[in-house]
Design a protein around this ligand. Structure first.
Ligand code: G
Ligand code: G
Ligand code: MN
Ligand code: NA
Length: 251
């Protein structure tokens, strides 16, 4: 299969790059962080969506070297921004189950932080709700990340089968409300969003709403006192060169 053959060569051919999507504090308007999102630009296939190649990378195991490249690139970029004198922000990196369950995962992260000189507090690892609550993320690995002072977010929150009471047993810093809830803000979804915000607050976790595309959605989240937001309405994922303006100009 062509895509698989090409994926094997994409790293050494330098076909991957990262886009960054800002995350803002809804009250102050300041940029708090960016999510790193991988892009694959193939000379013939064109732009291949991560939604198509990440599952293939997971199946083939290529997610291990690709995931390490994402970590290195995101940490190096964040360090560069700090060295350029911009206010420090956090960089969020999506981590696959296959990466997280490697016995060497924590060491790889440590090694990347040492190589790039980025302080651990400025790295956020995004793990999906299903990974964490279906037992694929061991408590001890999460604890080690916490001990290293690395930030951890639970991505796509609300879509998995979380036993809510088990949430407090995990060392998680932030819940990212899945974008499906914000997309259609009917009464049910409004209630779910409000519930997740309350839950995060009572568990002393931060909370971020994703996928905000309209003024109405932003207004609702502000009314609900949601702390953090991310979405096309505020800023789309963009190449590193376009990021500068967001450091200087809140929202
Ligand atoms: O970036 P969107 O921009 O299209 O991303 C689609 C999907 O791919 C999302 O579920 C996102 O979490 C995932 N994704 C994007 N970049 C990465 C990455 O570097 N690693 C992993 N594991 N998933 C990623
Ligand atoms: O699975 P995860 O939450 O990591 O995926 C983030 C995905 O959401 C990426 O594909 C990113 O490009 C996309 N995204 C970010 N903001 C918006 C938005 O406002 N609307 C939509 N439809 N997608 C968004
Ligand atoms: Mn994510
Ligand atoms: Na998400």
């Amino acid at each position: 299969m062509k895509m698989e053959r090409e994926l094997h060569k994409a790293l050494e051919r330098g076909q991957f790059h990262l886009h960054y999507q800002p995350q803002f504090d809804l009250q102050s308007g300041h940029m708090l962080g960016v999510e790193a999102l991988i892009r694959w630009e193939h000379p013939e296939l064109g732009m291949v969506s991560p939604a198509d190649f990440i599952p293939l990378a997971e199946e083939t195991g290529l997610i291990i070297p690709i995931g390490k490249w994402v970590l290195q690139t995101a940490c190096r970029q964040n360090k560069k921004w700090q060295e350029a004198g911009f206010p420090a922000i956090r960089v969020s990196v999506n981590v696959s189950v296959r990466q997280f369950t490697q016995p060497t995962f924590v060491n790889t992260v440590k090694e990347v932080l040492e190589q790039t000189g980025l302080s651990p507090e400025w790295l956020d690892l995004e793990l999906t709700e299903s990974m964490i609550l279906e037992g694929e993320c061991s408590h001890s690995v999460l604890q080690k990340l916490k001990d290293l002072n690395i930030h951890v977010s639970m991505d796509d929150f609300g879509t998995g089968y979380s036993s809510l009471s088990s949430l407090r047993h995990f060392s998680i810093n932030r819940l990212k409300i899945d974008q499906t809830f914000v997309k259609t803000l009917d009464d049910t979804n409004k209630a779910i969003v409000a519930m997740i915000i309350t839950l995060a607050k009572s568990l002393k976790m931060d909370v971020l709403a994703e996928g905000i595309e309209t003024m109405e959605q932003a207004a609702f989240l502000k009314e609900m006192n949601c702390q953090e937001v991310q979405g096309y309405f505020f800023a789309k994922p963009m190449p590193m060169e376009k990021m500068n303006v967001f450091f200087k100009r809140p929202l």
